[in-house]
Design a protein around this ligand. Structure first.
Ligand code: SAM
Length: 418
């Protein structure tokens, strides 16, 4: 029988994912984008999933599957690498009449995951009539061709283009998948191998063909990370093996992103490399909270500072005296944990205690949060509100412009909605 296609509206509905490897890493971000409440059951999970659990975006039970785990689920994804476990999960779902997808056996699945993707407000899903015997690359290729055509305005198949060589270091923007550049997205779609970072727009990974190898180089603060030299070595070795490698990074690759180290490593190994600039979180995240980093008559300079080490730390090369004495906007990255020391230093060198400060966490993502405070109080406000990285801290009077814009927005919206 032919499958019956539906668009599942998962907002607020429980989806149980059993298994925490590569397949789950692809499926979970897409499920979250659809608003699902994801329960992940697996003794071990990939770094990206661990990160989602730490951020409270999914619930992770760090153990093996147990009978009863599928209770209350609207959809179940069995994605372990153990067919016996997948089979038990499927049987439990079948018994309770819940739709289930088995990653290892299309023939034993109640539902199939189509090759899907989004262009503007159109969601495209392509499903082979018989995924048991059909080539999944066919559906993915067709999906890509449709998406490319929709995005560029011309329906030209991806496979018809010349295959690029070497490595593309791609700035993915601050997190919203819509903020990657067109070139970045095109090169990502051409890749045979993708090395991705924690802060890269991960929901784009779900659009990749099933045969694309995804390597998670996610760096969790104080947690697991793939060492930079291993990342460089992986870029080089995959490219030397004739694969086209996309290195998908958050923001812009050359802004506190170690992108130039990767470029140098590739070139030293004789690998052709290209860089696609990205929207840096230093500017894009404030903009997403209506904070302009410059504004006529308010700030004619802005300083972007990495606070991965605190002021006073012997590794710090930042001139805090200069920043404290300036009236320009300060955009602080990686500052959440060290904000108290930063505020003390800026106050010591002349900034006023009531200087406005905005802290924007998870900028451009559905979980974005903004808190407004002053230099004197920002440390305690961050603690009270439980703000966690990634976050951008903006210091300066431009924060007041955001307040003005927000107020006017409210009026305009109220007028339009009557
Ligand atoms: C290692 S830096 C990478 C910056 C990146 N290359 C860029 O251009 O945005 C990581 C820091 O960027 C900031 N950041 C990145 N994405 C963010 C987001 N979506 N929301 C808030 N801050 C973000 C945070 O300060 C985070 O700790």
């Amino acid at each position: 029988m032919d499958p019956y296609l539906l668009g599942l509206r998962l907002e607020g509905r429980r989806v149980v994912v059993v298994g925490g490897g590569a397949v789950a890493s692809r499926r979970v971000p897409a499920l979250l984008d659809a608003g699902a409440e994801v329960l992940l059951v697996s003794p071990k999970v990939a770094a990206s999933l661990e990160d989602l659990a730490a951020a409270g975006r999914i619930r992770w039970e760090a153990r093996g599957y147990r009978p009863g785990d599928c209770a209350g689920a609207w959809l179940v994804c069995a994605c372990t690498d153990d067919p016996a476990v997948n089979s038990a999960v499927a049987a439990a779902a079948e018994q309770q009449r819940t739709w289930y997808v088995r990653a290892d056996d299309a023939g034993a699945s109640a539902a199939w995951t189509p090759a899907s993707g989004q262009a503007a407000d159109v969601r495209v899903a392509v499903l082979s009539v018989d995924p048991k015997s059909g080539d999944p690359r066919h559906s993915a290729g067709l999906r890509d061709a449709i998406l490319d055509g929709l995005r560029s305005g011309a329906l030209s198949a991806r496979h018809g283009r010349k295959h690029p060589a070497g490595v593309a270091i791609i700035g993915g923007g601050p997190g919203d998948p819509g903020l990657i550049t067109v070139r970045g997205r095109q090169l990502l779609a051409e890749a045979d191998v993708v090395l991705t970072d924690r802060l890269a727009p991960r929901s784009l990974l779900d659009e990749l063909r099933d045969d694309v190898e995804i390597i998670d180089a996610g760096k969790i603060p104080y947690g697991r990370a793939m060492a930079q030299e291993h990342i460089n070595a992986a870029l080089v070795s995959h490219a030397q093996a004739g694969r086209f490698v996309a290195r998908l990074k958050g923001g812009d690759p050359f802004v506190f992103g170690r992108g130039a180290e990767e470029v140098l490593a590739c070139l030293r190994a004789g690998i052709p490399v290209t860089v696609v600039p990205g929207v840096t979180s230093a500017v894009g995240v404030p903009a997403s909270a209506w904070v302009p980093v410059t504004h006529r008559g308010v700030a004619q300079e802005f300083h972007v500072v990495s606070v991965h080490v605190a002021p006073g730390d012997e590794r710090s090369t930042v001139n805090w005296e200069l920043l404290g004495g300036s009236s320009g906007t300060l955009v602080l990255l990686m500052a959440v944990e060290r904000i108290g020391a930063v505020a003390d230093e800026l106050l010591r060198y002349g900034r006023s205690p009531d200087t406005p400060v905005s802290v924007i966490a998870d900028g451009t993502l559905p979980t974005q949060r903004t808190i407004n405070s002053t230099l004197e109080q920002v440390e305690s406000r961050i603690a009270e509100e439980g703000i966690r990285p990634p976050a951008i801290v903006v210091v300066g009077n431009v924060v007041n412009v955001a307040a003005e814009i927000t107020e006017l927005m409210r009026h305009v919206t109220a007028l339009r909605t009557g």
